[in-house]
Design a protein around this ligand. Structure first.
Ligand code: ZN
Length: 168
């Protein structure tokens, strides 16, 4: 990339950061209006370009992004409002390589069965509206134990269990 291209890329990035809300809304509106057209276009592209192989390769090359896409979609389907972008969650995923509670290593590759050390998006304080600062990534086992508890509540619960177990 030459200097001119780099400057253009930096300008585009800055422009996007400043106008993120407006741009995302425009994209959402466009997608809503052209749902059928987009679906048909994607279907044709998928058939003409061996889409299955492309998707398999893409997932292998970008496991965190793929995980982030699935997590955002499943939370939206469950009725949560997501106030962050795919890029934000991908970044959080790339920075989170182990579970903050049990410290097990997190494996982002999906499709290998239901791994208990798989990463899950956790709502720190159990809110319905999710901001990136209220979000953390923890392993499936810990998330299952935490259930709908807020972070502090879960820590108190763990301390209680730990305290009870000391007498054994
Ligand atoms: Zn864990």
């Amino acid at each position: 990339m030459n200097g001119k291209e780099e400057a253009k890329k930096a300008y585009d990035k800055e422009y996007y950061q400043k106008n993120k809300g407006k741009i995302n809304k425009r994209c959402r509106d466009y997608n809503k209006k052209n749902k059928g057209k987009i679906k048909r276009y994607f279907k044709k592209w998928y058939q003409d370009n061996n889409g299955r192989e492309y998707m398999v390769n893409y997932r292998a090359l970008h496991p965190v992004r793929h995980w982030a896409t699935n997590s955002i979609n499943s939370h939206k389907k469950s009725g949560y409002t997501i106030n962050f972008s795919l890029d934000d969650l991908e970044h959080l995923g790339k920075c989170t390589t182990s579970c903050i509670y049990c410290e097990c290593e997190l494996h982002y590759i999906l499709g290998k069965g239901q791994r208990t050390d798989g990463p899950t998006l956790d709502r720190i304080d159990n809110n319905i509206v999710l901001d990136i600062r209220d979000t953390q990534i923890i392993c499936k086992k810990c998330n299952f134990s935490k259930q709908n508890r807020a972070h502090k509540e879960f820590i108190l619960y763990c301390k209680k269990v730990g305290g009870l177990c000391e007498s054994y």
